[in-house]
Design a protein around this ligand. Structure first.
Ligand SMILES: [Ca+2]
Length: 262
């Protein structure tokens, strides 16, 4: 590796490259990927194709591979939709007026038009049989300004009603808690909310535009085991399912520009 160049120094044949194409595949050598990362940090171009790697050919480095691939490509290495047991997948909800857009892995999966809730904070609703794992929650204005962010690496101080919620391995673990809410953001109207969800097949209920008395909100269930998103709304305490959104073919690599959106 020489700066932003890869140099092959065969005895007979010296070659220099400034673009590296990662072959399509789920496995990569961790030691090779570290060299690729150095090349990338030096300004070299790395192009991914079809399948980004998410496993290491050495033992014990799958998480390292996933972390580095994510840092280089801005996308969680993709695998079949949202069913991999150790996989986090990123979701984004855009609430703008009465239009609510939902993205899973960077792909727009739904547009819902509903004006029941105009404003409020974010939070979670998990049933007793719904173990949720959540990381990197971010709320930003439609202009991209970050209003709230939590990576759960320093406790749960930003949240109210944290019974049955804890932090483990840098993730929020929550099960059997319908009322965990962000302490800030009650007045928030239009915003993006994003999160990494890591729940095996179980569903995660992401709450937004929630009022402080726990009786009115939107709650989008992300459900890998059923390959769907199920938007709900709660009006004066009563729950309504708005619809079922199938997500069978969601794959963030299909629309990479979405990954770069705020
Ligand atoms: Ca974290």
């Amino acid at each position: 590796m020489q700066g932003a160049k890869v140099r092959l120094t065969n005895t007979n044949n010296w070659e220099t490259y400034s673009v590296l194409v990662l072959p399509c595949g789920s496995v990569i050598s961790w030691s090779n990927l570290q060299k690729v990362q150095t090349f990338y940090h030096n300004g070299g171009q790395v192009i991914g194709t079809t399948q980004l790697p998410y496993k290491s050919s050495e033992f014990g480095h799958d998480a390292d591979v996933q972390r580095v691939i994510k840092s280089m490509f801005g996308a969680t290495p993709a695998r079949p939709v949202v069913r991999d047991s150790d996989a986090s997948y990123r979701i984004r909800i855009e609430a703008s007026g009465s239009t609510i857009k939902t993205f899973v892995k960077g792909v727009l999966v739904d547009v819902t038009v509903d004006d029941s809730m105009k404003k409020g904070c974010i939070g979670f609703r998990q049933g007793g049989d719904e173990p949720g794992g959540v990381d990197d929650v971010k709320v930003s204005s439609l202009g991209g300004q970050v209003l709230f962010w939590d990576d759960f690496d320093s406790g749960l101080d930003q949240w109210a009603n944290t019974h049955n919620a804890s932090v483990g391995n840098g993730l929020l673990k929550i099960q059997g808690n319908e009322f965990m809410r962000s302490r800030e953001g009650d007045g928030g109207t239009d915003y993006f909310v994003e999160a990494d969800l890591n729940t095996n097949d179980a569903c995660t209920g992401l709450v937004f535009r929630a009022d402080t008395n726990g009786r009115n909100c939107y709650m989008w269930q992300f459900w890998p085991g059923k390959n769907c998103v199920r938007p709900h709304k709660q009006i004066s305490g009563a729950w309504w399912v708005i619809k079922d959104i199938p997500c069978m073919d969601v794959d963030e690599r299909a629309i990479p520009s979405c990954c770069a959106a705020p």
